[in-house]
Design a protein around this ligand. Structure first.
Ligand SMILES: NC(=O)c1ccc[n+]([C@@H]2O[C@H](COP(=O)([O-])OP(=O)(O)OC[C@H]3O[C@@H](n4cnc5c(N)ncnc54)[C@H](O)[C@@H]3O)[C@@H](O)[C@H]2O)c1
Length: 348
């Protein structure tokens, strides 16, 4: 294991600078030596380089193979294409891994939720194959291509994860009743891969039924694997089940590189106010530490966050609307919890 790492840090737009400097402080406090290569993408890069994703940012990720990324704004409708989608395509980050776990002290509908969503991250309706069908813009079409190879590798990644982490069940989510070719192919490939993992229970659900069942009885699910658009929506739904976007981390993983980020976006409504919850990005940082093989550091960071969230005293407005603290104060409390834990460990 290397003694230090160089990692690309993309602060991002909106709340990105606030939460990424908070996450960086927390990750540094774990003791893992990281040299951060800060790279601007998104709105700032448009101002300075007239390009939301300048080549030197791509080169940095290419060189370091690991990045922590704050959220990036993507204009709805017209404007530049999503930088997030471009990064996933550029580095073929085909796995979007989004865990949703209950945390003590967070008001939510259910307790003891522990769901993992594997979202296919490069194909289907996010591949950017879309246009108006005529000059009058009387209609538009988006083409979603689902490949056998792309389906195989994401379903396989979900099964391998389940095997490694002793998870019991995989649910494949699709719309094969209507989209008989794309949905049908995904289901067909998934069912074939499942036969190679007989110890893991496999079932499937149609997306509309799945959304209802997740809201009514989420405990029946364990690992969920699905295509790009359904995965995007379902993972937000799952973070809603455990108390919202402020605590939902995600990882974009390929064979050559990995980019860790929060599930949430740039939250322009609360940007620059020091009120954003820094934990989703910090928890993505914990996933990053695990990816680097630094499991103990990841656990330290995660348990310090859990301690502060469970106490509920030094948490942001999304977790305690009655008497919240700011992003900085919550970060300080998490650093304090890490230090206290170290003192207890060294005394015992
Ligand atoms: N991976 C990414 O970079 C990513 C993901 C999703 C959306 N986006 C982009 O972000 C922009 C805004 O999107 P949106 O408003 O639909 O979604 P959003 O996730 O930014 O915000 C949704 C709601 O959640 C709140 N919220 C989000 N993060 C929070 C945090 N850390 N702490 C407290 N509250 C938080 C916001 O205030 C808002 O009310 C859009 O341009 C979108 O394209 C980027």
């Amino acid at each position: 294991m290397p003694s230090s790492y160089t990692i690309t840090l993309i602060p991002g737009d909106g709340i990105g600078p606030d939460i990424s400097s908070a996450a960086r402080r927390m990750i540094d406090a774990t003791g893992v030596k990281i040299e951060w290569e800060v790279q601007e993408a998104g709105l700032k890069a448009i101002e300075t380089h007239k390009d939301p994703l300048p080549p030197h940012v791509l080169e940095s990720v290419q060189r370091n193979k690991v990045a922590l990324k704050g959220p990036l704004t993507t204009p709805v409708g017209t404007g530049f294409r999503s930088v997030n989608v471009a990064l996933r395509k550029e580095f073929d980050l085909y796995i979007n891994l989004r865990p949703a776990r209950s945390m003590k002290g967070v008001a939510s509908r259910f307790d003891d939720i522990d769901l993992i969503v594997f979202r296919e991250n490069t194909e289907e309706f996010y591949a950017g194959i879309e246009h108006y069908i005529d000059a009058k813009k009387s209609a538009a079409e988006t083409i979603g291509v689902v490949t056998r190879a792309g389906s195989d590798r994401i379903v396989r990644a979900a099964f391998e994860y389940a095997r490694k982490h002793h998870r019991k069940r995989i649910t494949l989510v699709h719309k094969a009743n209507i989209m008989k070719y794309t949905g049908g192919l995904f289901l067909d490939v998934g069912s074939q891969v499942a036969r190679e993992f007989p110890e893991i229970e496999f079932n499937d659900r149609i997306i509309d039924n799945m959304t209802m069942q997740l809201v009514m009885n989420p405990h029946q699910f364990d690992v969920i694997v699905t295509t790009n658009l359904f995965g995007d929506i379902l993972s937000d739904l799952c973070s809603g089940l455990v108390g919202g976007l402020g605590l939902a981390p995600g990882a974009n993983i390929g064979t050559e590189a990995a980019i860790f980020e929060a599930v949430h976006g740039s939250a322009p409504d609360i940007a620059g106010k020091n009120i954003a919850n820094p934990c989703a990005l910090a928890l993505a940082g914990a996933m990053m530490l695990e990816h680097l093989g630094q499991d103990a550091a990841a656990m330290r960071l995660r348990s310090a966050i859990e301690t502060v969230v469970a106490e509920g005293k030094y948490v942001t407005r999304d977790l305690n609307p009655a008497s919240p603290v700011g992003t900085d104060a919550m970060t300080d409390a998490i650093l304090g919890a890490m230090e206290k834990h170290d003192i207890v460990v060294s005394r015992s």
